[in-house]
Write a protein that binds this ligand. Sequence first.
Ligand code: CR6
Length: 833
Amino acid sequence: IGIHKRGVQFPQTHPLALAPVTPPPPTVDGFVKEFLHELNTDQGVALSRSSINDQYTALAHTVRNYLTARWLETGRKQREGHTKSVAYLSAEYLLGRQLGNNLLAANLNDVARKALESCGLSLDTLRAQEVEPGLGNGGLGRLAACFIDSLATMNVPCVGYGIRYEYGIFRQTFVNGEQVEQPDSWLALGNPWEIAHPEAAVKVNFGGRVETVTDEAGVATSTWVPEWNVLGVPYNIMVPGYLNGRVNTLRLWSAQATQAFDLSIFNAGDYAQAVRAQTFAENISKVLYPEDSTPQGKELRLQQQYFFVACSLRDFIDNQGEDFDLRDLPERVIFQLNDTHPVIAVPELMRILIDERGFDWNDAWAITSKCFAYTCHTLLPEALEVWSVELLGRLLPRHLEIIYRINTEFLEVVRERWPDDYLRLGRMSIVTEYPERGIRMAYLATVAGIKVNGVAALHSQLLRDKVLNDFAELWPDKFINVTNGVTPRRFMKLANPHLSDLITDTIGTGWVTDLERLEELAPYADDADFRAAFREAKHANKIRLRDRLRVRDGIELPTDHMLDVMVKRLHEYKRQTLKLLHIVSLYEQIISGKVDAADVTPRTFVFGAKAAPGYRMAKNIIHLINNVGEVVNNDPAVEGRLKVFFPANYNVTLAERLIPAADLSEQISLAGMEASGTGNMKFALNGAITIGTDDGANVEIRKLVGDDNFFLFGMDEPQVAALGAKGYHPGEYYESDPRLKATLDLIASGTFSNGDHQTFEPVVSNLVHNDRFMALADFTSYIEAQAKVDAAYADTEAWTRSAILNVARCGFFSSDRSMKDYIKLIWGTNPVL
Ligand code: CR6
């Protein structure tokens, strides 16, 4: 296995073979023909005998066929144009279902619907058959998916590189209110969107040792003698631009054993031993690590990271052709590092250049230090990856050696700038000594990257001022901000057809690819007819959500309540508990007779959240939310006023139904903790109003929509820092606010645990005695803001006006704009038309 020769010249080429086969323009009859052809020849079944999965697969292939010619064409132009590409390196892509998105991009929706109808089939049924590829945990993975959609839509050459996990993020179920994880076997029924290229497999080495020989002139040469290896098999997935005929590629790597199994051992009868090597190798791409923002320093995870990065670099370089001069690499590519997960690519490129291509250190570094840029997605110290030197040295000894040298040379630069500042040297060293000797991947990325960006204005500022402050002093121009964005194709056009149609009827179609044009809606906020139509769309979305939840979860969602939604990973810093305290407090006030139920605004609270399987506190919080729902939903005292639902297994598919239906968007993290958030943008763009802290991209949302159209509460980041410095004692808040005390006491009393006091003791005592994320400090302010929400909601026309202004003023949060910023500030790539 090596590079597979491509582009063989065939003699006597038939004229039809000169260009990719273009399918006839999509007519209903043409589509039916193509669909039946796929069903018969590819699935090998007659329509009358076909299963829904056969039909879905044939439909997917039909759509794929229509896109194929454009895909091949895109590839050809890219190769021949020698243009600079973006290679987006990301361990996660949370794609969501493909069928609907690709029908939309190819403008095949209506044709497909009619074609299927004429075969007695329903497009909606077939769409529901698709299992979404959940190859990501949350925001970071979904962001990558939005970015590649935008780049394709903007005609920018890009290849997304990642891992084809056999099992994505676990499927969450609840048993007696507690989270139970089930494997996500998303490939069980096949994946019609991918094309495997086993002939293009890449070999990846691991382990072993480094041998150094010094020649007579005293020049040392290092050779890596690895101990074992695996193959990376690429799977290509189309990334079609929206209605522009461009189709980029997402290339995901799957691990395979270099030797399938040992026949001699098998023949001797030890079957398990015979397949051991294979099992071991294939484990690498077996499953996505389900930690969000708090990576575990596990060996398999480092194997995954190196595996996909080594495959991707080799693939990109080989694709440049045999006589490509690697000195030109910076003109050909920018490797964008999505968080620290792919940072091992830096020493890998150095290794390729030095060990395989014979460059000396300085030349290799001159190239490498122009090829990478780094996006940081966090502020939590525990989220910054540090690899133990012991582990890294064992798995990648040559890379460790290279990292040490990078560090040595880097510290020289620091010493030159700040002679004798030993503390600073220690602080900035890529190699840390505590708690054990380790490699700080964020520092390595910062040293190597041409740019380092945060993901929202506040986040980037805090990176500069706090987390990476020493580096920002050394290289002030390296640090920039690119605020995150979301794709309006999936999260408006596809997810919210009612609102999208209304917008298009009002301002035309251009907004889908030029989201700032939503501004043109602003004047309509004052138009009573438009407001009525806007409300109608929201109501229709609540009905669509009700119908889905009824079938999916057996939930009966009231469609006449304010819909108050908090969906995101379960994390203490995001403060689902603060939301819960609000709900329990409302409930407590009613059942204790302090408030008349009739005076309470009818609200339905919906949560969606997965907890990392090993995160005990998060799981306890999930249990509590479910049990609060159980009690509240069955208590006649609050009937018609409060409902609390927690549909299991929140994912992209559910988000697409949930977000368009929401009235209130909960973005309540402790200020200075949420790097950006992207759910916040999706809600605002779909006409929900935000209640939120001054954190992440909330800051920018509020600035754009205006204070009147945003419910701000809580401490800001400087106040949080000041309180932390002074010493935070949550118990004082508990003692001094009777409403808070009553709320926490109600939980502690066992009301939500059949009288048992132990079940939720961890949550309660953590809040009262520790409360790292200061939920109690923000409680009063939050409750006051929620009272304002109730008052505002009572004025239907004013509320609708605010909601419309949220949509109109959030065009900035398109991922197309994010991509423009990356291009202008970092990549210097151009669209290729
Ligand atoms: N957990 C941030 O926490 C941000 C996304 C995408 C996160 C979140 O605020 O919107 O990245 N960070 O930039 C990490 O995953 C490390 C996330 O999704």
